[in-house]
Design a protein around this ligand. Sequence first.
Ligand SMILES: Nc1nc2c(c(=O)[nH]1)N[C@H]1C(S)=C(S)[C@@H](COP(=O)(O)O)O[C@H]1N2
Ligand SMILES: [Mo]
Length: 161
Amino acid sequence: MNSPDAHPQEIPSLSTPITVSGDRRLSLSGDALSAHPIETRTVTVRCASGTRHTATWAGVPVLELLSAAAVPGETTHVVVESDGGYRICVDMYAALDGLLAFFRDGTPISEHQPYETRFIAPSIDGARTVKAVTLLEARSFSAGADPESVERMSREEEYSA
Ligand SMILES: Nc1nc2c(c(=O)[nH]1)N[C@H]1C(S)=C(S)[C@@H](COP(=O)(O)O)O[C@H]1N2
Ligand SMILES: [Mo]
C-alpha cells in the first residue's frame, strides 16, 4: 500500500551515485545509501510564483550524509548540484533539517518524474529544492563572502577563476 504515511524500507536503485563532500568524499549508491536510516518529512514547497505544493517526502537525512562525510566544524553552507549543472547554496542549518529524498507521497519520485532524487528542506525556497541531485558539498564562507554568488556560476566557472 502506498498511503502517504507509509514508511518506505528500501531506497530505489539509482542511475548515478551521489557525491557527499566534507573532509571525506563519499560516492554513495545502492548499499552505501541503504545503510542510512530513511526519514519522512512533510514539506511545503513554495515557488516564486506563489504556488505551494505540500508533500510527504522520504529519504536519508542530510545530517546523516554530511556526518558520514566528516563535515568540518567551520562549515557555513551546503552546495547542492544536479546532473544538469543546476546549483544552489544554502545555510548549513537549513540544509541539516533536510532530506535527500527518494520518495514523494509514498512512491519513488522516479515513478512520476524524470529524476530520482530531490533535495528538500522545510525552510528553503522552492527554487532550492534541487532535482536529480549529484553532489552535496560542505563549504565554509568567511563573513565578507557572498554565498549566493555560487548560485550564479557553474562549478567550472567557480573553479577556473
Ligand atoms: N535540477 C534542478 N532542480 C530544480 C530546478 C532546476 O532547474 N533544475 N528548478 C528549481 C525551481 S526554480 C523550482 S520553482 C522548482 C520547481 O519544482 P516543481 O517542478 O516540482 O514545481 O524546482 C527547483 N529545482
Ligand atoms: Mo522556479
